[in-house]
Design a protein around this ligand. Structure first.
Ligand code: NAD
Length: 485
């Protein structure tokens, strides 16, 4: 029995409804494959409309009890789940590597990061505050309380199969909401494993459901149309986010949207070049480039651009590519054929427009969805990849001459998720971090995600924040009670 088979035998492959793994109403199942080989890993139950409504019935049945559960008790369950998750780091990491493709060290990192939301929000659950003040006119008191929003639908992507779920589930549970999760079809196993862990930690049946499905709209549309659902929280593409916002409008649902990005990464002429190169490696190659915060446009001052691109190409070209579970591998496959075709098309388009290939540039033949780690230099700003997310291991380097010019170029996008810049000048730090149109800015660092900080975008990158003390507010409604005297 392989390591993966041993782990798979322990995790549910049914739908998670009412605290147990159950078959889909129609009995259907769909395949989950390993992107490093294309091999079948297992099959999971395939939820449809009837299953979705069954999960919502179950959520509504327990919603008021869960909301009334002592915050300390909710906190203890989340804390316990964090402890179990961390104990099982190796198994969860291998599971994630198998279904998503990221390297084992990165998968371990995601267990730590994704798990941290359980711990962080266990600590926030007992700090949901309110306010009590005298009315300015002196004729009464103002009491402000916060109450759980109610049943929530969480729709998650495949790139961080654990963290994109726990970042929604943990604050929702901490606030007293029930949650139905529709995980990405490429990576349903990690979410099922998390549901199992939360149940083991004492989460009552019905509070959390997980509905893997090969047809996302079939499961989510009836939930969004049902007036009992109160919120939809989504991480994924801007295209699907807009579809969901339109559907959410009909029932005026609360919404949280973590959508696409097109992060600029700016290296000014006074940057510490070694630091900037290390930051670019992290901001670009983390998760194989399949991150919404990935450095999509690397702008380097023209006085240092050629040297920077050559050194970046040396580092990126030396990355060891292979199946994520193999020791020493630094870059795994892309998630699927569609994603690899999309990266290939963006690279071909940039090269046709005049970009210079410093290393890589092609898909890798053979089993699995691998793409060569790539550096493109002197990319013209007319290339599609200047406007669109690459979502792959491709660093695109652009030159610039002045601060005003590069800030204008950086902001010339409908996205506004993450931005990064490198400089040693404090005035410039304050000026540029203020001027960049992004929800998150990294200054002299290439990694910004932190469960204790608010993660979120502006413009078409999203609505609301996840993590930090802001994250729990997304699952709370404000109520004002007017008191006399
Ligand atoms: P996607 O939008 O195709 O899918 C995301 C989720 O939405 C999946 O669970 C999918 O099944 C579901 N979905 C797809 N169509 C749907 C529909 N019509 N109705 C309801 N649900 C539907 O995105 P993806 O390819 O899985 O992920 C890549 C995208 O996610 C990138 O654009 C990336 O920037 C974005 N992303 C954003 C963040 C963030 O926090 N801002 C984090 C990770 C990924």
């Amino acid at each position: 029995m392989s390591e993966f088979d041993r782990i798979r035998a322990q995790i549910p492959t049914g739908l998670w409804i009412d605290g147990a793994a159950v078959p889909a109403a129609g009995g259907a199942r769909f395949a989950v494959t390993d992107p490093a080989t294309g091999d079948l890993l297992t099959e999971v139950a395939d939820a449809g409309r009837e299953d979705a409504l069954r999960a919502l019935d179950s959520a509504c049945r327990v919603q008021s009890d869960w909301a009334a559960t002592a915050p300390r008790e909710r906190a203890v369950i989340l804390r316990r789940a964090w402890e179990i998750l961390i104990e099982r780091t190796e198994d969860l990491a291998l599971l994630m590597t198998s279904e998503m493709g990221k390297t084992l060290p990165e998968a371990r990192g995601e267990v730590a990061y994704g798990g941290e939301f359980l711990r962080w929000f266990s600590e926030e659950a007992v700090r949901i505050g309110g306010r009590y003040t005298q009315a300015p006119a002196g004729n009464g008191r103002i009491l402000v309380t916060q109450q759980p929003v109610g049943p929530c639908l969480a729709i998650t992507p495949w790139n961080f199969p654990l963290a994109m779920g726990s970042r929604k589930i943990a604050p929702a549970l901490a606030a007293g909401c029930t949650v139905i999760v529709k995980p990405a079809e490429d990576t349903p196993l990690t979410m099922l494993a998390l549901a199992d862990i939360l149940a083991e930690a004492g989460l009552p049946a019905g509070v959390l459901s997980v509905l893997p499905s090969s047809d996302a709209a079939e499961v989510t549309a009836p939930l969004l149309a049902d007036p009992r659902l109160r919120k939809v929280t989504f991480t994924g593409s801007t295209r699907v986010g807009k579809l969901l916002l339109r559907q959410a409008a009909d029932n005026v649902l609360r919404t949280s949207m973590e959508l696409g990005g097109n992060a600029p990464f700016i290296v000014f002429e006074d940057a510490d070049l070694d630091q900037a190169l290390a930051g670019a490696m992290a901001a670009k190659m983390r998760n194989g480039g399949e991150a919404c915060t990935a450095a999509n446009r690397i702008y380097v001052h023209n006085s240092i651009r050629a040297e920077f691109a050559a050194r970046l190409a040396e580092k990126i070209g030396a990355l060891r590519v292979g199946p994520g579970h193999e020791p020493g591998v630094e870059l795994g496959p892309l998630i699927n054929e569609r994603q690899r075709n999309s990266v290939t098309a963006l690279v071909d388009d940039a090269v046709a427009a005049g970009a210079v290939v410093r290393t890589g540039g092609k898909p890798i033949d053979g089993p699995g969805w691998f793409f060569q780690p790539t550096v493109l230099d002197e990319v013209p700003r007319t290339a599609r990849m200047h406007r669109e997310e690459i979502f792959g291991p491709v660093a695109a380097v652009y030159g610039f001459d002045t601060e005003d010019e590069v800030v204008a170029a950086a902001n010339d996008t409908e996205f506004g998720l993450a931005a990064y810049f490198y400089t040693q000048n404090l005035d410039r730090v304050l000026r540029v971090s203020g001027a960049l149109e992004a929800g998150m800015v990294g200054v002299n660092r290439g990694v910004i995600s932190d469960p204790a900080a608010p993660f979120g975008g502006i413009k078409q990158s999203g609505l609301g924040s996840e993590g930090g003390s802001e994250g729990i507010s997304e699952y709370l409604d404000t109520k004002y009670v007017a008191l006399t005297h």
